[in-house]
Design a protein around this ligand. Structure first.
Ligand SMILES: O=C(O)CCC(=O)C(=O)O
Ligand SMILES: [Fe+2]
Length: 347
């Protein structure tokens, strides 16, 4: 039986929509996921997105030596299958990510490849080693991540407006000229697997998790489904790759609320649990899925205290763990804690 499709609104954030801020807040307070129409106000021309997907595909199709050149360090670089377990409490094995069939030979070797994490750029220069083809395209990558960050800041200003906060309350804490942050552009590849090797129930493409940062922008491709969200009634619902009926419109950008916006708003905004599966419809071994996630994080030292908003004060939800033993957590404390659980290392 196919899964119910999650009800995720598509919102126009251009000035022609005077309700953008409240619509965003309502969607974020409901299930924490929203599609943003990709018009000029989003500042993400479809050709730029397509170019990034092409670079990502070129990297993942390239030789494994390119990937091994830049193993993960400090959450940047090439992240391999089974190195990362997004749902450490429930998953027996690491995430089931890239299967490589050398020369299409039927003897399958499992090659750990999965994602490439790009950290912040400084003056368009990377702060990490880059493999081919990224090394020749540093300014393209920097430009794309900067556009993603600018869109996040625009959304953060709309959230501030809807919460009756000074419009830069969030965006000033995400001003990358003021210091380092944990923001990451992650390029993901989930290969299909041969039907004979179809995954068992424990093998999920990306385990259930909430995102660690403020906001995530997710770029998907049509015909490559698999993302699901956990609804308040604890059922999994699928997220469409394109919720629009007008095929001539650019694909909207999926945005989800991360843990920090939930902390800052005492849980009014929802950091919803999601995962990526092998869809039950279609081939057992799934289709190839490429996606790109921009995890927007605040400056490392930003404190996770509730924002001075009446709407937040009146909301009685509350989020566990913000104030541990009387100490206010910073964005960096939270990130290190989550990364330690994900990679199985010490914070
Ligand atoms: O690939 C996707 O669609 C989602 C990936 C994801 O949720 C993540 O990396 O945090
Ligand atoms: Fe995620």
């Amino acid at each position: 039986m196919s899964k119910a499709s999650a009800q995720i609104p598509v919102i126009d954030i251009s000035s022609s929509n005077p309700h953008a801020a409240t619509q965003l807040l309502d969607a974020a307070a409901n299930n924490g996921f929203v599609f943003v129409e990709n018009n000029d106000a989003a500042g993400m021309p479809p050709a730029k997105i397509a170019n990034m997907f092409n670079l990502s595909k070129e990297f993942f199709q390239g030789p494994v030596e390119n990937k091994q050149e830049c193993p993960t360090q400090n959450n940047r670089g090439w992240v391999s299958m089974q190195q990362e377990t997004l749902d450490p409490g429930n998953q027996k094995r690491g995430d089931f990510k890239e299967y490589n069939t050398p020369n299409s030979h039927p003897t399958i070797t499992l090659t750990p490849t999965r994602a490439f994490n790009l950290g912040e750029f400084t003056n368009n220069k990377p702060n990490q080693p880059l493999p081919t083809p990224f090394s020749q395209e540093a300014s393209t990558l920097a430009d794309f991540t900067n556009s993603c960050h600018a869109l996040c800041n625009k959304l953060l200003q709309l959230f501030a407006q809807a919460l009756d906060l000074p419009s830069d309350w969030f965006s000033s804490r995400h001003d990358q000229t003021k210091g380092p942050s944990g923001s990451i552009m992650r390029l993901l590849y989930y290969p299909s697997v041969p039907d004979t090797l179809a995954p068992d129930e424990d093998d999920i493409r990306a385990g259930a998790h909430s995102d660690y940062g403020t906001l995530t922008l997710l770029f998907q491709l049509p015909g490559q489904p698999g993302l699901e969200i956990l609804t308040p009634s604890k059922t999994w619902e699928s997220v469409p790759t394109n919720p629009q009926t007008d095929a001539s419109k650019p694909l909207p950008i999926l945005v989800n609320i991360g843990d920090l916006l939930a902390y800052w708003t005492n849980g009014l905004l929802k950091s919803t649990v999601h995962r990526v599966i092998f869809p039950k419809e279609g081939r057992r071994g799934g289709e190839d899925r490429h996606s790109m996630a921009y995890f927007c994080h605040p400056l490392d030292e930003a404190e996770l205290v509730a924002v001075p908003s009446k709407r937040v004060e009146e909301y009685k939800g509350g989020v566990e763990g913000v104030n541990k033993g009387g100490k206010t957590l910073t964005a960096k404390d939270h990130l290190l804690e989550r990364l330690a659980a994900t990679y199985g290392t010490k914070a």
